[in-house]
Design a binder for this molecule. Structure first.
Ligand code: DHK
Length: 151
């Protein structure tokens, strides 16, 4: 696969490891990056994190030309950002949305994700394991010989 998989992370995820470990566990974002790179041997991965909404929108624009698929944890912007939704609407490839926690079991303001309106699939509540699972799912969707993938 020539084009890489973009793995995009939103606000506060750079604090994983010390951030609310009772909700997010004690795995760091660089641990998660390593698990994503190991998930599908040979799959090129471009792993990024930002606390700036416009930068995430810019990365989605960049993905339109450059990414085979997007795995995204939009974090808090999942529930607030129409700008991110509008950017993702322009992306032609698979989008796998990941949340470390089960957002549907948390406070009501975490229940409605705008990103889920355009996501091919959503993973929530698997902890950090949700990321390599999303990478494998994206690779399966991109594999034309894989009969089980939903496209
Ligand atoms: C991460 C966040 O930062 C929160 O805003 C979301 C999500 C949940 C997560 O579970 O990965 O509520």
């Amino acid at each position: 696969m020539e084009k890489p998989l973009f793995i995009l992370n939103g606000p506060n995820l750079n604090r994983l490891g010390t951030r609310e470990p009772q909700i997010y566990g004690s795995v760091t974002l660089s641990d998660i990056e390593a698990s994503c790179r190991a998930a599908v041997p040979g799959l090129a991965v471009d792993f990024r994190q930002t606390n700036f909404e416009g930068e995430l929108v810019d990365w989605v624009h960049e993905a339109i030309e450059k990414a085979a698929a997007i795995v995204i944890n939009p974090a808090a912007w999942s529930f607030t950002s129409l700008a991110l939704l509008d950017a993702l609407k322009m992306y032609p490839g698979p989008i796998v949305e990941v949340h470390i926690s089960n957002i549907h079991r948390r406070e009501a303001h975490y229940h409605h994700s705008y990103v889920s309106l355009v996501a091919t699939a959503v993973i929530a509540g698997l902890g950090a394991e949700g990321y390599p699972a999303a990478v494998r799912a994206a690779a399966a969707i991109l594999d034309p010989t894989n009969p089980s993938a939903i496209r």
